[in-house]
Design a protein around this ligand. Structure first.
Ligand code: ADP
Ligand code: MG
Length: 292
């Protein structure tokens, strides 16, 4: 394509809410054949809310566990953290949260810190068999519904499970179907657990699912796919997606995403609409003369 055509395509992309970082990215966009999609904040809106609160029998009060979790989540910018903070504020309006101390976050896993003198962790649940009743059932119920279950551990004891529900972006099914019709292979990769991931993938008819993926696992998946000869685009929004976005043949960040994701990507979708992904591919193919 001529420089003028590329420039025109970049401009057209901007009109469509697709910001492409330079003509060379358009060229790579044209060639991709596999699209790895993150779940939270990408296929879902990332506007999460707490849907259920379950405390261990004989343990802390459920709202107290929620409050301790919210104190620690003040240090995180994850959509889960915002949901937990909002729920605590709604349920406990007259109890402002003290600042968190000793905060640490592990992207794709959870957060920990000191709240009211307690050591509090809010994380992805590990092996459910070790959890006290009725927490395993609470995890199971949440995940079957496609929600995320997070575990609140206080001074080493699992105290509560918070179910956090997210909403699929309304155009997800159509956009994924469109990708398939363009000959692209959709793959779901998420740090969330298998049951939740499968429930969400089922709604979108995505059969290839990589769940429980740490940021490193997501990056390794990209490397493996590339070694198998795939030309891989990654679509993501989080700090946990940055490495995979950077390693991909083409990184696509959600405009609502974190600075880390946008900084690592070649394309940013400022339009809050998954249909922008197939639109971007078609734009690149048209401009650069591939009819497909
Ligand atoms: P995704 O890949 O779907 O965007 P993440 O990799 O961000 O999800 O998170 C994976 C899992 O790690 C979440 O489902 C949750 O269990 C846990 N997690 C991540 N960040 C947090 C946090 N701030 N608080 C609690 N749990 C978290
Ligand atoms: Mg995400």
């Amino acid at each position: 394509a001529t420089p003028t055509a590329l420039l025109a395509a970049t401009g057209r992309g901007a009109q469509l809410g697709i910001l492409v970082r330079g003509p060379e990215a358009l060229e790579r966009l044209r060639r991709i054949d596999t699209v790895v999609l993150d779940k939270t904040g990408t296929l879902t809106t990332g506007r999460m809310s707490v849907t259920a609160l379950t405390a261990r029998t004989g343990g802390l009060d459920a709202t107290e566990a929620l409050r301790l979790a919210a104190v620690v989540e003040q240090g995180s910018e994850h959509p889960l953290a915002r949901a937990i903070g909002a729920d605590a504020a709604a349920r406990l309006p007259d109890r402002p949260l003290p600042p968190v101390r000793d905060f640490a976050a592990t992207p794709g896993y959870g957060v920990r810190g000191t709240a009211d003198g307690y050591r509090v962790e809010v994380t992805r649940p590990g092996d459910l068999t070790g959890l006290p009743a009725p927490l395993p059932e609470a995890v199971h119920t949440a995940e079957t519904a496609g929600h995320t279950a997070v575990l609140v551990t206080v001074d080493g004891t699992p105290e509560a499970v918070l179910a956090v529900g997210d909403t699929l972006r309304p155009d997800g099914y159509r956009a994924v179907d469109h990708l398939r019709r363009l000959g692209l292979r959709p793959v779901l990769a998420t740090g969330d657990r298998e049951a939740t991931a499968r429930a969400i993938a089922g709604h979108l008819a995505i059969t290839e699912v990589h769940a429980g993926a740490s940021p490193e696992d997501k990056a390794a998946l990209v490397t493996t796919l590339k070694e198998q000869g795939a030309r891989v685009a990654v679509v993501g929004d989080g700090v946990n997606d940055a490495a995979a976005l950077a390693l991909a043949d083409l990184g696509i960040a959600m405009g609502s995403g974190t600075d880390a994701a946008i900084g690592a990507a070649d394309v940013t979708l400022v339009r809050e609409d998954l249909q922008a992904i197939p639109d971007a591919v078609r734009l690149a193919r048209r401009t650069l003369g591939t009819i497909r």
